[in-house]
Design a protein around this ligand. Structure first.
Ligand SMILES: *Cc1c(COP(=O)(O)O)cnc(C)c1O
Length: 361
């Protein structure tokens, strides 16, 4: 006899983090985790430094000041905001609370991996619905919903494909779902979207008691290392999250960093302008070099090399130049690499390295 976890736990592969070293290469450029091109906002760095002096104190378990700052920034009721140790924690807590053994969660085939992972932790059956041209298929998602379905996850824009659904499709998705299925709209890349009719999920959250929008400080706000995310949810879901989350799930340093990041003058405007410019430049240059680049509304590009071997060779070539990007095998997209939009210099290095790669066959 020996100790054994619940069977679903053993269906999960242990997490392997992105590499940050390449043997023999001095300067490493990490473009594998969509971390934002500019590092943390200066105000956030100052706030974290200051918070170090209070590190012996437990943080405010209610995250009151942070929720008020988020509410003021986005025009939301702070009472309907819940903060988490990254939005990953919120996604996990939602599955813990609404899913579990004997239930199903539905997601798009190339949706964010965290839904699959957390679903397995909780013992849910995870249903992945085929996409059309790497875009979530609303009819397919709706057809996959059955009596055991408790949650449906959709990242909009999606990571790693970069694809986005228009608001009309989100409304159609919500309307077609049974009332007892929680729709989780993951808007981690909301700030980068330049489409005029885009709504990160607020309207659908307000329209009922069964839709949640999750957001993060890890991407455009440059605070991935602090682990800070939040959701905007109906009162009934806020109540449930208040029961399942740890009393001090967000650190004091993360809270003050988030408040400072929201207040950083011009940060979002400069980040979006940079991202839009360089995402376009990198995509155009790689297409000119003969590569297929999937349209993206995020701060990354999914580059398609046609077959897995060629993507692997391109990855090795980028690595030899110190450029670390994300291989896509774990997402079922082995012929592709996902490349984060970094600084102008980093983008130029990607363009040059992949230009060289394609010229040499
Ligand atoms: C990066 C990312 C997250 C964010 O995770 P955090 O836990 O907040 O760092 C959530 N969803 C998607 C689709 C992402 O790409």
């Amino acid at each position: 006899m020996t100790v054994m976890p619940r069977p679903s736990i053993l269906s999960v592969e242990p997490y392997v983090g992105g590499e940050s070293k390449v043997p023999g290469v001095n300067r490493i450029i990490k473009l594998s985790s969509n971390e934002g091109a500019f590092g943390p906002p200066p105000g956030a760095i100052a706030a974290i430094t200051q918070a170090a002096k209070e590190a012996h104190r437990y943080p405010d378990g209610g995250a009151t000041a942070l929720r008020e700052a988020i509410g003021a920034r986005f025009g939301l009721d702070p009472a309907r905001i819940v903060c988490g140790n990254g939005s990953d924690e919120i996604l996990t807590l939602l599955i813990l609370a609404y899913g579990g053994e004997g239930t199903e969660i539905v997601m798009s085939a190339h949706g964010f991996l965290m839904y699959d992972l957390a679903g397995r932790w909780a013992g849910c059956r995870v249903i992945k619905v085929p996409e059309k041209d790497l875009r979530a298929d609303v009819d397919g998602l709706l057809a996959a919903v059955g009596p055991r379905t408790k949650l449906l996850f959709l990242a909009n824009p999606n990571n790693p494909t970069g694809s986005i659904l228009p608001q009309s499709e989100l409304v159609r998705l919500r309307r077609g779902l049974p009332g007892d299925v929680l729709l989780v709209l993951d808007s981690a890349y909301a700030e980068y979207v330049t489409k005029p009719d885009y709504d990160p999920g607020q309207a659908l959250v307000d329209a009922g008691d069964n839709t949640v929008m999750t957001r993060t400080f890890s991407k455009i706000y440059g605070l991935g290392g602090m682990r800070l995310g939040w959701c905007y949810a109906p009162a009934n879901v806020v109540d449930v999250l208040g029961r399942v989350r740890g009393p001090f799930n967000v650190s004091g340093a993360a809270m003050v960093a988030g408040i400072a990041a929201l207040a950083e003058p011009g940060w979002i405007e400069a980040s979006v302008a940079h991202n839009t410019e360089w995402r376009g430049k990198v995509a155009a240059a790689l297409e000119a070099a003969g590569l297929k680049v999937w349209p993206s509304e995020g701060n990354f590009l999914l580059v398609d090399f046609g077959v897995a071997e060629r993507a692997k060779a391109a990855d090795a070539h980028l690595r030899s130049r110190g450029l670390i990007v994300r291989a896509m095998g774990s997402y079922g997209l082995a012929p592709c690499l996902r490349i984060t939009i970094g600084t102008a210099e980093e983008c130029q290095m990607v363009i040059e390295a992949l230009g060289e790669f394609t010229r040499n066959g």
